[in-house]
Design a protein around this ligand. Structure first.
Ligand code: SF4
Ligand code: SF4
Ligand code: SF4
Length: 287
């Protein structure tokens, strides 16, 4: 079941990607802005508010399983031109996007209120028209194109990490997420396959060593790809209620991993100087 989680993830993401044109008014992130602007609580606002609020419990499930923009960028990022390693989100860019988004939306809300067009906040969930008319078709096309473009030319999920306001807010809650990828450090061989395949390129090896196998990076979208690709079946999703307790419970793991790294380095060094290291006895006893 756990091994198949990425297959389910791909199916669900494809499903939402395909139905987005029909339910665009519910899914499109831009309608959060429209909702504030018009002073109306819509489905789009409720859905994304739910995903943001639930991040301290279930992490960024909305980003990894639901969002059509993220799914589209995952498609093109597999062939990305940009092969560099993980980079942290740019905090200044995130802050700027948040500032622009909310100040403009709130400004227009008060402007509309002054004009008498809108009053206090009202719940009209389907306020935005439900037919996929020309305007929405264009917005959908632009959104998909931007997602594919960034996926292709930038590092994986660059736009999610730097431009999206839902992503920025979700990352704050995901710092405390209880649902995490957990690595069985007794099985893990530090082969790095999960790091190379991760849809966000999370620095898995650093995380494994630093946190005794807990992947606590708030950019993790819980896609399950690391579970799928791990040759040792060492990755699982688990609810970890107390991260510190979890780390304390496995204190012997870190030295064990460091020993394995040292051994790996020694082996590759032995190969370089053409030593026959098939039995590895020399490298395992070498200090
Ligand atoms: S960060 Fe934004 S665009 Fe990216 S998957 Fe999450 S909600 Fe969608
Ligand atoms: S793919 Fe598995 S064995 Fe390799 S580093 Fe990741 S968790 Fe460890
Ligand atoms: S760490 Fe695993 S679950 Fe998280 S984004 Fe990377 S591949 Fe997906």
């Amino acid at each position: 079941m756990m091994k198949k989680i990425f297959t389910y993830n791909s199916l669900i993401k494809t499903f939402f990607l395909l139905i987005t044109p029909i339910f665009f008014q519910y899914f499109a992130l831009g309608f959060i802005w429209h909702s504030i602007y018009w002073g109306v609580i819509t489905f789009a606002l409720l859905i994304w508010a739910f995903f943001i609020i639930s991040t301290p419990l279930i992490g960024r499930v909305g980003c990894g399983w639901f969002c059509f923009f993220g799914s589209a960028s995952d498609l093109s990022s597999q062939k990305s031109l940009y092969k560099l390693k993980w980079k942290k989100p740019k905090l200044w860019l995130r802050s700027l996007m948040l500032l622009m988004f909310f100040t403009s939306a709130i400004f227009f809300y008060f402007y509309n209120k002054r004009q008498g067009i809108t009053h206090d906040f009202k719940i009209i969930t389907n306020f935005l028209k439900l037919n996929f008319n020309k305007h929405y078709q264009l917005v959908w096309f632009i959104d998909i194109s931007i997602a594919l473009f960034f996926g292709f030319i930038a590092e994986r999920r660059w736009a999610c990490k730097n431009l999206c306001i839902v992503g920025s807010l979700s990352a704050v809650g995901a710092k405390y997420s209880r649902l995490l990828p957990v690595i069985d450090t007794q099985k893990c061989t530090l082969c790095k396959i999960c790091e190379n395949e991760c849809l966000v390129r999370i620095p898995m090896i650093d995380e494994i060593i630093k946190n005794n196998g807990l992947i606590t990076n708030s950019e993790c979208i819980l896609c399950g790809k690391c579970i799928d690709v791990c040759p040792e079946n060492a990755v699982k999703f688990k609810f970890v209620w107390n991260r510190n307790k979890f780390k304390e419970k496995s204190p012997e793991v870190i030295p064990d991993i460091r020993k394995r790294i040292a051994l790996k380095k020694a082996k590759s060094k032995a190969k370089q100087v053409n030593i026959n290291s098939k039995c590895s006895q020399c490298t395992s006893i070498c200090k």
